[in-house]
Ligand binder design. Structure first.
Ligand SMILES: Nc1ncnc2c1ncn2[C@@H]1O[C@H](COP(=O)(O)OP(=O)(O)O)[C@@H](O)[C@H]1O
Ligand SMILES: [Mg+2]
Length: 149
């Protein structure tokens, strides 16, 4: 059995104000930098967390404000797991929501590319959501430089 233990973790809980998106980015980049992550992994996860937190704020809590939770876990294998959770409106059709260019907010000039960006900037993406219950996005990424082939 491969032992993959949690080496470090961080949990942030903040209200759905748009200025807190920058705070989440900073916290994620600080956590990863202090773990010695590769700079491209830091940049990619920062972008991915921005997209996920923005979605929680602008879509999840569109009608009623609420709390967003961002949780990070660093494993001894060098993998990071990142959770972005809201208890907002939830997503009716997850598959459709994840299609590139699909957006329910075209009038706000949303490009519909948030999920596509998150997917391309991490190794694994999972979306759990139910209408009225909220949404949890889980991303996993290996954060160190891979050995040259
Ligand atoms: N946390 C969330 N809560 C509710 N709906 C969401 C959430 N995240 C994404 N969605 C839905 O998925 C769609 C696609 O998201 P995304 O790919 O980021 O595109 P965009 O944010 O530009 O619309 C959104 O338009 C919205 O309908
Ligand atoms: Mg988005």
């Amino acid at each position: 059995m491969i032992m993959d233990t949690v080496k470090n973790k961080l949990k942030l809980i903040f209200p759905s104000h748009s200025e807190n998106e920058g705070l989440a980015r900073l916290a994620v980049s600080g956590f990863l930098a202090s773990a010695g992550a590769d700079i491209s992994a830091v940049a990619e996860l920062k972008t991915a967390v921005s997209e996920g937190v923005t979605n929680a704020i602008v879509h999840g809590y569109r009608e009623t404000p609420g709390l967003v939770t961002v949780e990070l876990k660093l494993f001894s294998s060098g993998r990071v797991r990142l959770y972005i959770k809201d208890k907002g409106v939830g997503i009716e059709d997850i598959k459709k929501a994840m299609e590139p260019l699909f957006t329910t907010a075209p009038e706000e000039e949303r490009a519909g590319l948030g999920f596509a960006i998150m997917e391309s900037f991490c190794d694994k993406l999972r979306v759990k959501s139910a209408p009225g219950k909220g949404t949890t996005v889980t991303m996993e990424k290996y954060i160190y430089k891979r050995d040259e082939p």
